[in-house]
Design a protein around this ligand. Sequence first.
Ligand code: LLP
Length: 390
Amino acid sequence: MSKQEDFRGFPLRDLLQMRTPVYLYDMRLLDSTLAEINRLTADDHMTVHYALKANGNPEILSEIARHGLGADVVSGGEIAAAVSAGFSPQDIAYSGVGKTDEEIRLGLECGIGCFNVESVPELEVINELAGEMGKTANVAIRVNPDIDAHTHKYITTGTADNKFGIGIEALDQVVKLALNDMKHVKLHGLHFHIGSQIMLMEPYSMLCDTVNDLLDHFEQQGISFDSVNVGGGLGIDYDDPDGHSIPNLEGFFGVFKNKLRLRHGQHLHFELGRSVVGQCGTLIARVLYVKQSRDKRFVILDAGMTDLIRPALYGAVHSVRNLTSDEHDIETYDVVGPVCESSDVFAHDCRLPVTKRGDLMALCSAGAYGESMSSRYNMRPQAASIFYRG
Ligand code: LLP
């Protein structure tokens, strides 16, 4: 047993008894993050929707719903999960370029607050299905603002090359179509989302300029919107999770509060995923073997890319810690998983205290897009999850 007694308030003695890999969630940190979000958006005219895709674990969802956030969903499965976790249907916003008829019907049936519409054909289908069901669908048009969020190309969503949203050049026509020709939809807003893991505030500032220009532009034509949804994407500090366990929420909300020129009565929506849950989750794994090859020393874990795919998919770097080594000497290792893929690597040339079979390792900042992107590849079982409060 190491001199360290606990990992972020969780006794290592207990952790050592657990079957690994396991997702460990610090619910006290989640609560503090949510309290901070609520403090910064206490005005009546703001709603933060939690993006379920970041982590759909029912325990996490219920906790977030209890704090009064809305939900941002991208599938029928997420609509159902949000409703059963206690999110109010009116506070559910539904995005996605490929909503199926069945999913749209489910959204209408549940009375969700908003469909973020990503194309004209989708708008037509929503109108038709709502008509058949004798309902009116609340919609916002998802605008592709052509802003580069300076993040990984797989998680940039707001440039003209991306499949998301409707380009500004086509917006006039689509807004008029929705307002004049669609009897079963009510257009109440514009929606934007420029990408994910955004650390600089500049892209958000550019987004505010675009939103302001569009609101002016439509106002000149006598068109006003009840709501503006600026999406999410705020990044977290993967290098220093303990130093920045709560992300720069103040800076993020501050940009919009200072720069957006909302009209009287206009409601502002956000959709945050990673920044809500990213730092509260850690993937705990055991060292199966330490293997020396000709040129490298490998630490082979019982967790792999099936449990946390971000390093393999995006080259993401999660801080790796050895929780139980007592060694003072440092070695350089590649930390890998057991899956039959060369990309199943968590960290290259990672400096760790001398590590041996049986040591417990932490892969930090794994609360967002960890468990939710896990798979059963190689017929591996899904990692369990545990929740604790300090
Ligand atoms: N709203 C929409 C329409 C989105 O597409 C997303 C994320 C969000 C909100 C929430 O973004 P967040 O605040 O979590 O950045 N799997 C990738 C991230 C994909 C994000 C997809 N869309 C990763 O592991 O980095």
